[in-house]
Design a protein around this ligand. Structure first.
Ligand SMILES: Cc1ncc(COP(=O)(O)O)c(C=O)c1O
Length: 305
């Protein structure tokens, strides 16, 4: 039984109440981790850059050799319809997280487990809870390098946004051994900064915003928007290689990701970043996010405490 207060999800062609949405234990997402994903969010209940997220999803699908069976326009349409159907359940001041997972479908036991049926398409939206990041807007988090290194793109290109999250999860667990307020700065196997388990890494040095290219990390859409804000605000920026030394000696360090937009880090591997407080460029870019979206993201996070 369902009631009208239950959110719906979209599961392979149908809108289904969350509690009744089930996939097979033989799905390729479960058996093989053969599943691509994308995460987007709303601002004031409107999906932000949804077309760009869906375009990235289809690039991931292509490289992962998964045929979604519907085109990007239809994926966009059902995502918007799902949002529309659930919006009555969100408070006016809340926003939501939108997640797409698309697996290769059923993965039979036997010699050809990768032989797939039609794809399993899973779309959900849920309230965007920012409480885990809220204090970092004010005091910064602790950026820490885990022991685990980024999977080389020769094995799995980080631009394929995928659900094989074992290594990201281990990396995040490793940094939490150092400090519960730690967030990972994952290095690649050559020692260059790659990304965070769910975000991109930025520094500010002498007024210039710097971030790694997407050669060893996901081409984050928040990263792209952050660079657009820099352009609008005439803050110089460059995409470059970064080493831990660059973070130790930076004036500011921050992460970017869809849910929180920008998260300042005020310590790196135990040493203060700059003067150890949230820096002016991070604040300026957060202000840029507000101008772009109409939402003061820090106030939104504070209101949830
Ligand atoms: C590994 C990884 N890097 C970076 C990002 C940031 O991407 P975006 O800005 O598109 O959210 C994410 C987002 O989930 C991610 O999982």
């Amino acid at each position: 039984m369902t009631d009208n207060n239950e959110r719906l999800v979209y599961l392979s062609g149908q809108f289904v109440p969350e509690s009744q949405a089930k996939i097979s234990i033989f799905d390729a997402a479960v058996n093989l981790g053969h599943c691509v994903t994308d995460s987007s969010r709303t601002f004031r209940h409107k999906a932000f850059k949804l077309k760009a997220h869906i375009a990235r999803l289809y690039q991931s699908l292509k490289v992962a050799r998964i045929d979604a069976g519907i085109d990007p326009d239809e994926m966009y349409r059902v995502t918007e319809e799902l949002l529309e159907r659930n919006l009555q359940l969100y408070d006016a001041s809340d926003d939501c997280w939108i997640v797409h997972n698309v697996s290769a479908g059923m993965s039979p036991m036997g010699p050809n487990p990768e032989q797939s049926s039609s794809a399993t398409i899973m779309i959900a939206n849920q309230p965007l809870i920012l409480t885990g990041w809220q204090k970092y807007y004010h005091v910064g988090c602790h950026a820490v390098t885990p022991f685990s290194r980024q999977i080389p793109s020769q094995s799995l290109d980080a631009r394929i946004k995928n659900r094989s999250r074992m290594f990201h999860t281990l990396a995040e667990q490793e940094v939490k051994l150092v400090d519960p307020d730690a967030q990972s700065v994952i290095l690649d196997t050559d020692g260059f900064v790659a990304e965070n388990k769910g975000g991109n890494v930025f520094i500010v040095k002498d007024g210039v915003v710097k971030t790694p290219t997407s050669v060893n990390g996901l081409a984050g859409i928040t990263r792209e928007t952050t660079l657009e804000i820099c352009q609008t605000q005439e803050i110089p920026f460059e995409e470059t290689r970064l080493l831990p030394y660059d973070l130790y000696t930076a004036d500011e360090v921050f992460f970017t990701s869809t849910p929180y937009c920008l998260m300042p880090a005020t310590k790196f591997n135990g040493l203060p970043v700059g003067d150890g407080t949230v820096g002016p460029i991070a604040k300026q870019i957060l202000q840029g996010w507000q101008e772009l979206t109409g939402v003061n993201i820090v106030e939104q996070a504070d209101s949830q405490i």
